[in-house]
Design a protein around this ligand. Structure first.
Ligand code: TZP
Ligand code: MG
Length: 206
C-alpha cells in the first residue's frame, strides 16, 4: 500500500487485553466513527496467544477491509504476513527494520522512537513513519519508557522537517490538539477509545 501520512490522523491501537467487552464491537464503533488507521496490538498481560490471537486478528482485519481503513500489526511479522496487513509497527527491540523492509518492500513500516539516540541510530530512510512518545503519562503499556513530553515532537521536527510523525502515549480528547500543534501528523491512542463513554464522540473530538 502506498503511504499517505493522512492515515496517521486518528490511529487507533488495540488488543483484546485493552477491552472490557468484545474487541470486535469496539473496533466496529471506532471504524464507524471515523478512525483513519488501526493497529492490532495483542500484547502484555491477558493477551491472546497462538491460534486465538490469529483468529481474532483475522476478524479485525476483515472489519478494517470493509471500511477501507489501513490495518497494521504490532511486532508480529508472521501474523502481519498471514493477515495481509497493510503495515507493520515495530519497536526498537523487534526485528530490525532492514530485515522487515527486505521481506516486505510494499508494506507500510512504522518504528517507535523514544530518545535522541534511537533517532540517530535508526534507519529512518527505510520507514514510512515514526511513532513518537510516550508524550503524556500512560498506564496502558506496562514497560512504557519515561514520558517525553510535547517538546520531544518539536525536537524531532526541528531535525527532520518532513518525516511522518504519529504521537503516542496518554493521548486523550483533551490533549490531542497539542500534539498536532507541536508538529505531529497524527495521534495514536488506546484508552481514549477503549475507555470512552461514547466512541463516536471521542473520535470526533480527537
Ligand atoms: N507505546 C507507547 S505508550 C503506549 C504504547 C503502545 C500505550 C498508549 O496507550 P494510551 O492508553 O493511549 O496511553
Ligand atoms: Mg515491539
Amino acid at each position: 500500500m502506498t503511504f499517505n501520512r493522512n492515515i496517521l490522523r486518528k490511529y487507533f491501537i488495540m488488543g483484546s487485553q485493552n477491552c472490557n467487552r468484545d474487541p470486535e464491537a469496539v473496533l466496529q464503533e471506532a471504524l464507524a466513527a471515523g478512525i483513519t488507521a488501526f493497529q492490532f496490538r495483542e500484547k502484555g498481560s491477558g493477551s491472546l496467544q497462538g491460534e486465538e490471537k490469529l483468529q481474532l486478528g483475522k476478524r479485525l482485519r476483515e472489519q478494517c477491509r470493509e471500511y477501507e481503513v489501513p490495518f497494521f500489526v504490532n511486532d508480529d511479522i508472521e501474523i502481519a504476513e498471514e493477515l495481509e496487513a497493510d503495515g507493520i509497527h515495530v519497536g526498537q527491540d523487534d526485528m530490525p527494520v532492514e530485515e522487515i523492509r527486505a521481506k516486505f518492500p510494499d508494506k507500510i513500516i512504522g518504528l517507535s522512537i523514544s530518545t535522541q539516540e534511537e533517532l540517530e541510530q535508526s534507519p529512518l530512510d527505510l520507514v514510512d513513519y515514526i511513532g513518537v512518545g510516550p508524550i503524556f503519562a500512560t498506564s496502558t503499556k506496562e514497560d512504557a519508557k519515561k514520558v517525553a513530553g510535547l517538546e520531544w515532537i518539536h525536537t524531532i521536527r526541528r531535525q527532520f522537517s518532513d518525516i511522518a510523525i504519529v504521537a503516542i502515549g496518554g493521548i486523550q480528547t483533551e490533549n490531542a490538539r497539542s500534539a498536532i500543534e507541536a508538529g505531529a501528523d497524527g495521534v495514536s491512542f488506546i484508552t481514549a477509545i477503549t475507555e470512552a463513554q461514547d466512541i463516536q464522540d471521542a473520535v470526533d473530538t480527537l
